[in-house]
Design a protein around this ligand. Structure first.
Ligand code: VGL
Ligand code: ZN
Length: 207
């Protein structure tokens, strides 16, 4: 059983990242039963939602002459352009209907600044704007976080890296995640996480 000082962060388990969704992650829905089994083990559970306004800067449709999965240079760095996804208030932005997170105390919505993406639940892609999550966790005595959800190589990895950078011990529970894997992004994400001291485990070691 994880200690009471360990929080579970459930990242972006939303309809648009599941099969049939606008930015479907292969097998995305398969994380739902795994996460449902994990949630009751944690005293503190935080859920995140990718939550973009219409015409968000991370959408290919907002950039004339660009296709989804192109990359462009933004003032804050390189940005992958995505299909329109997780638009605020749409069914695609809702949490997967079978996800059981009624005990979660906090929902962090991210990516809502029109011109800035936010893969991480801690810090937007400009690397300056904080969401307040680190302060929230610290004030509640959290020392360690376990990260699960979608997608391993984007929002899960960036959240895990920023958690480590904020001084939390971090573990990613692999079988409770699925990846987009765009041009080697999954391999790179695991390497970056390993270099940052992020540990890796599987849900059978916790449940
Ligand atoms: C995500 C791409 C764009 C994610 C969010 O949740 O990993 N990926 N927006
Ligand atoms: Zn997004």
């Amino acid at each position: 059983m994880p200690s009471p000082a360990t929080a579970l962060i459930v990242v972006d388990v939303q309809n648009d990242f599941c099969p049939g969704g606008a930015l479907a992650v292969g097998g995305g829905h398969a994380v739902v039963p795994v996460i449902n089994a994990l949630v009751p083990r944690y005293r503190q559970v935080v859920v995140t939602q990718d939550w973009h306004p219409k015409g968000h800067a991370s959408f290919a449709s907002a950039h004339h002459g660009h296709e989804p999965f192109d990359t462009i240079e933004m003032p804050y760095g390189t940005q992958v352009l995505w299909p329109d996804h997780c638009v605020q208030g749409t069914p695609g932005a809702e949490l997967h209907p079978d996800l059981e997170v009624t005990t979660a105390q906090l929902v962090i919505r991210k990516g809502w600044h029109q011109g800035v993406d936010s893969y991480s639940a801690f810090r937007e892609a400009d690397r300056e704007t904080l969401t307040g999550l680190a302060g929230y966790l610290r004030e509640r005595g959290v020392e360690e976080v376990h990260v699960v959800g979608l997608a391993t190589d984007y929002c899960v990895a960036w959240t895990a890296l920023d958690a480590a950078g904020s001084g939390f011990r971090v573990t990613v529970i692999e079988d409770a995640c699925r990846a987009i894997d765009l041009s080697g992004s999954l391999k790179r994400a695991w390497a970056d996480m390993a270099a940052a001291g992020v540990a890796r485990t599987t849900s059978d070691r916790i449940v």
